[in-house]
Write a protein that binds this ligand. Structure first.
Ligand code: BYC
Length: 309
């Protein structure tokens, strides 16, 4: 590395311009991006499971078609993100191996069950809603391929969020049992969604450096607050009650005050403790093994094309 290369990197960051894969970058910048983008990609593909489990049980053909499209979108998001990570000099095979051997994480949010159809609505409304709050600022990430991947992902997430809201709206307009089912799904998914933004700022390891590098644009707590402020009026529209007795509008701050999440539970979910996280990884490893023949066939086909060229 020359001093010139470091200066160029610093001045690009300073000017809020993009770093591209061929540009020199500090090793820590590269590593934190691989870590975050891989964790994000893993979350997208593990995140196919809780909703995927409802494809065969969707309440109508129409809902089934929408759900299949949504779950396929998540697979696509995983692909763009693995592609963005590969541009930093790693490979998809290596990243998947790190996921399968628990050397890399996926989002805590996907370690919760989906016992009813209303949970599918709650994932779309709350989890995709939280994803949008987190990912819209990532469209301006200083690393070009990640920021550009985010633009398309955010467009798709906003369709996902609306379909989730719409599932719950239909349920809340239905019978007393259906409304109850929607409320119970909100009770299950509210706190996990609030925690999805990561540990409080006081405990965040990467906040400060990633903000300075223009990877993150807002801290975990700022994003969490934005999510709560955005979601409370939507819950009111649905006629559902957010399960937080401390939730109230604070005129002085111009934001909602809310209670403290259970950070011990968050830590357990991040570590992947329990039967459900075990199942998530088992299903993922099996899917990978069952797909081996596709990878082999694609590699053989590519080799033949190269020979023919
Ligand atoms: N779960 O220093 P911090 C989707 C880890 S999927 C697990 O604040 P950072 C969808 C963190 O990695 C979208 N681990 O970290 C798909 C770090 O550990 P390491 C998922 C978490 O990076 C299907 C440690 O805690 N979204 O939308 O500055 C269906 C300290 O944290 C979590 C993304 O991946 C967590 N929730 O900030 C429906 C967004 N939170 O790595 C929907 C991209 C924190 O040092 N990622 N940790 O061992 C980010 O924006 C940032 O990485 C985070 C954390 C805000 C999540």
């Amino acid at each position: 590395m020359t001093i010139h290369a470091q200066q160029r990197f610093d001045s690009l960051i300073e000017a809020d311009e993009r770093i591209e894969p061929d540009d020199w970058m500090p090793e820590e910048y590269r590593q934190t991006l691989v870590r975050q983008i891989a964790q994000h990609a893993h979350s997208e593909i593990i995140g196919m499971q809780p909703e995927g489990a409802w494809i065969s049980r969707a309440p109508s053909l129409h809902r089934k078609a929408i759900l299949i499209a949504k779950v396929q979108d998540e697979a696509g998001h995983g692909l763009y993100l693995y592609g963005a990570a590969e541009s930093l000099g790693t490979t998809r095979a290596e990243l998947l191996d790190r996921l399968h051997t628990r050397r890399q994480k996926y989002s805590s949010i996907f370690n919760y069950p989906t016992p009813t159809w209303a949970d599918v609505g709650a994932i779309g409304w709350l989890v995709d809603g939280a994803a949008i709050a987190n990912q819209v600022p990532l469209c301006r990430c200083s690393f070009g391929p990640y920021g550009r991947a985010m633009v398309r992902i955010c467009k798709e997430e906003s369709f996902h969020q609306r379909q989730g809201f719409q599932i719950l709206l239909r349920l809340t307009e239905g019978t007393a049992e259906q409304k109850q089912m929607a409320q119970e799904a909100l009770n299950r998914w509210w706190w996990p969604s609030v925690m999805m933004f990561g540990p409080p700022d006081s405990e965040s390891v990467h906040n400060a450096r990633n903000m300075a590098w223009g990877i993150k644009r807002f801290t975990n707590d700022e994003l969490r607050q934005g999510f709560v402020d955005m979601t409370v009026p939507q819950a009111e529209l649905l006629g559902l009650t957010i399960p937080d007795p401390e939730l109230r509008w604070n005129d002085e701050r111009g934001h909602y005050d809310f209670g403290e999440p259970d950070w011990e539970e968050f830590a357990r979910m991040v570590r992947g403790e329990g039967d459900l996280p075990e199942q998530r990884l088992r299903v993922r490893r099996e899917a990978h093994e069952n797909g081996a023949w596709v990878r082999e066939a694609a590699a053989a086909y590519a080799a033949r094309q190269r020979q023919a060229a």
